[in-house]
Design a binder for this molecule. Structure first.
Ligand code: 5RP
Length: 286
């Protein structure tokens, strides 16, 4: 059984149903997962056959990869995907998306990815999954970056989510001290830093690096902070995405989706109605 799509545009709801979709899903999704799902589903409209597509990392991006995989399988969508992590690469292959490297692609039509926070200017904090280095490279090498997120990711000011900083393992404790010293001159509310752990061992990124999480609470000047952090020796990349994101697709637990396009200055809304009990994705790991 399919779920029904009813489309609303420019904030004014249009109640008529426009079409049926073949995408099936479970009826026991939590509201947050429904929000992620509908954001991902709506974002597939940015993807057309022949495109090279950057595939983000995280639970929201995983929904996108699954939806695109379904379109490849059922609708003959032909795309080449550039994953931003080994786990996204695995999932993309599982659902039948052709995977190529960034160097093979050279440039991408669109990258669709999740975020940990986004503000009104569509500046982001990313890296909650530890993949922001590849994510930032891939997004920057794309005509367009689209963020998919549930509404909880929207903030007035960035910084409540700890800012991830990828650092090389050599001398990471010294790098941590250098970062803390640099933070003294920055417009932030907190200045503690912590090494990200996975169980008893440091978390290791796909590039073999560590992540320092910066507990800043409030980032007054994200652009300045991003520049300062990236100048510290041993810092590979920070999780601030400034002027990279072009549009955000925001999902709500009741099936509503809002699309904000920063370049066009537009806001569109639509709503998905869930009518199904089936779930084609249960056997596919995130
Ligand atoms: C991974 C990321 C993710 O996009 C971010 O953490 C959001 O993840 P999720 O969609 O699971 O909330 O930046 O490095």
């Amino acid at each position: 059984m399919a779920f029904r799509l009813s489309l609303m545009t420019n904030i004014f709801p249009i109640s008529e149903e426009e079409s049926f979709w073949s995408c099936q899903m479970t009826d026991n999704l939590s509201p947050i997962d429904k929000a992620k799902f509908v954001a991902a589903k709506r974002a597939t409209q940015y993807v057309q056959s022949g495109m090279k597509v950057g595939l983000g990392t995280g639970s929201t991006a995983a929904w996108l990869v699954k939806c695109l995989g379904e379109m490849v399988r059922d609708e003959g969508l032909r795309i080449k995907g550039v994953p931003t992590s080994t786990r996204t690469a695995e999932l993309a292959r599982q659902v039948g998306i052709e995977v190529i490297t960034l160097d093979e692609a050279k440039w991408l039509d669109v990258t669709i990815d999740g975020a940990d926070e986004f503000d009104a200017d569509l500046n982001l904090i990313k890296g909650g999954g530890g993949a922001h280095l590849q994510e930032k490279i891939v997004a920057t090498a794309s005509d367009q970056m689209v963020v998919i997120a549930d509404i909880s990711k929207q903030v007035e000011t960035l910084g409540a989510f700890p800012l991830p900083l990828e650092v090389i393992p050599f001398g990471w404790q010294t790098i941590k001290t250098l970062v803390e010293e640099a933070l003294i001159g920055m417009d932030v509310l907190g200045r503690t830093t912590s090494l990200r752990m996975k169980g008893d061992a440091p978390f290791i990124t796909d590039e073999g690096n560590h992540i320092l999480d910066l507990h800043l609470n409030r980032i007054g000047n994200p652009r300045q902070l991003s520049l300062v952090l990236n100048q510290i020796p041993g810092v590979v990349e920070n999780g601030l995405f400034i002027d990279i994101c072009d549009a955000v697709v925001i999902g709500y637990g009741d099936g509503r989706v809002e699309v904000r396009d920063i370049n066009e200055g537009t806001v569109d809304e639509m709503k998905y109605d869930f009518l199904t009990k089936d779930n084609i994705f249960t056997d596919i790991a995130d």
